[in-house]
Design a protein. Structure first.
Lengths: 166, 280
């Protein structure tokens, strides 16, 4: 067994794990944070996306021991006492989810994307979330949600949240 | 899916890692080739030696006529390095086409080369760039030209007790251009066909051209037939036609559930053409 210490959403967590424990299992099962989902389990779908030291990563393809000492943000860490994170608000107002299975992963990927590129083009958004598969929405409302969050985070005029039929 | 049991050791330096090597040990860097294979139990090492925290393996340096990319540099770091973009632009643009951003944040160039997936992007890129792969064993370092590094289906010239430490990429001379284009398997973003081209042109004629193809055969290869059709020629629709037709000369074309042999051969010709057309 190995001791792993992680700072998750600002709080330190320690666990004794077998080296073969995957990071996503440590987060979900040892630390009971089940917002991070397991979709394909083959690093294709992005449902397990979290931020490790600020970078989006697929936690189904990382060993818990590899992440020892890192700072992690999961979906549980997005909202604050003041309310939802702009990306969560954007997803809510723009109907950017149906079943919600991919949502946590897409939002965390979008958080890193907007951190590095606060005002992305639609193409940059679509390329930026190409590692996250959504089987419900067709992505249009996800793109709108990220554009909405981008405007909100920069204090710009907020785009319409009216549905667009294509 | 959970890998079978193994011991985990973290190496602090290359010599530390070398001292931990044993017959049933595997090196772990980004883990984005090895862990999926271990989860499917295709690979069941006794020991994993984590080399991802060795700082000396992560740097990207300028060494005069070539750049040196550390084996544990991530695809993302390479794609965004101005040094790499200036030295040989397809190395950066190719790195930026691997997998998706999450994969590029974790996966490393050295790990991908050692894994030698026949559909990976790096093999075509390093072969066309005429890169040199520096490896370190108990007996010291040795340099392996990219052209002789890949020896078969998931097989390389790397010995069991050696670690890839550096990838040396020659800087392209002025007037040269390079490109990498690929046709992807949409879920994994592995190449069904990937084509890397480096061209030195003099007054409209092709001087020296290097074309490498991945995804098509059991290992990436240099497409000498394509090069022969273009060397010393003016680039035109006709010369590109003749060259692209020879994309799969002398290789056994793979067939799988993504692409039959006939389809893959056709796509290889289409993507070699696309690559050549960008260099007109």
């Amino acid at each position: 067994m190995k001791t792993v210490t992680l700072k998750i959403n600002g709080t330190e967590h320690t666990a004794e794990v077998s080296p073969r424990t995957l990071l996503v299992h440590l987060i979900r099962e040892n630390f009971s944070m089940t917002g991070t989902h397991i979709g394909c389990d083959t690093s294709s779908c992005g449902a397990c996306t979290i931020l490790i030291d600020g970078k989006s990563a697929k936690s189904c393809t990382i060993l818990a021991v590899q992440a020892d000492g890192t700072e992690i943000i999961t979906v549980e860490g997005l909202a604050t006492a003041e309310g939802l994170h702009p990306i969560q608000e954007g997803f809510h107002l723009n109907h950017a989810l149906h079943c919600g299975f991919c949502t946590a992963g897409v939002m965390l990927r979008a958080v890193e994307l907007l951190e590095k590129n606060p005002n992305p083009t639609e193409e940059e958004i679509r390329w930026g979330i190409s590692g996250n598969l959504c089987r419900c929405t067709g992505y249009n409302n996800i793109v709108k949600a990220i554009q909405w969050a981008s405007a909100k985070m920069q204090g710009k005029e907020l785009p319409s949240t009216e549905p667009v039929f294509v | 899916m959970i890998p079978s049991k193994f011991q985990y050791k973290r190496a602090e330096s290359v010599s530390d890692a070398l001292s931990m090597m044993s017959d049933d040990a595997k090196l772990l860097a980004g883990g984005h080739s090895l862990l999926p294979a271990m989860k499917l139990r295709l690979n069941q090492p006794d020991t994993l030696i984590d080399i991802s925290r060795i700082e000396e393996l992560k740097s990207i340096k300028d060494e005069g006529d070539h750049i040196v990319i550390g084996a544990a540099a991530t695809h993302h770091d390479i794609a965004h390095s101005n040094l790499v973009k200036g030295a040989c632009s397809m190395i950066a643009s190719g790195a930026g086409q691997i997998g998706d951003i999450q994969v590029r944040n974790a996966g490393t160039i050295g790990g991908s080369l050692a894994h030698a997936d026949p559909a990976a992007d790096w093999p075509a890129l390093v072969i066309a760039a005429e890169a040199t792969i520096r490896v370190q064993g108990q007996g010291g370092p040795r340099d392996i030209p990219a052209a002789s590094f890949f020896t078969g289906f998931y097989e390389t010239a790397l010995a069991d007790d050696e670690i890839i430490t550096e990838i040396h990429i020659p800087k392209l001379p002025a007037g040269s251009s390079s490109t990498y284009v690929k046709f992807v398997q949409p879920a994994s973003r592995f190449a069904i066909v990937g084509c890397a081209v480096v061209k030195n042109a003099a007054e409209g004629e092709v001087g020296n051209i290097k074309v490498a193809v991945t995804g098509v055969s059991e290992m990436a290869y240099r497409a000498h037939g394509v090069e022969d059709e273009l060397m010393g020629q003016v680039v035109s629709d006709e010369s590109i036609d003749r060259a692209a037709a020879r994309a799969t000369d002398h290789v056994d074309v793979l067939s799988d559930h993504y692409a039959s042999e006939k389809y893959r051969k056709h796509i290889a010709q289409v993507y070699v053409r696309k690559a050549l057309e960008t260099l007109k």
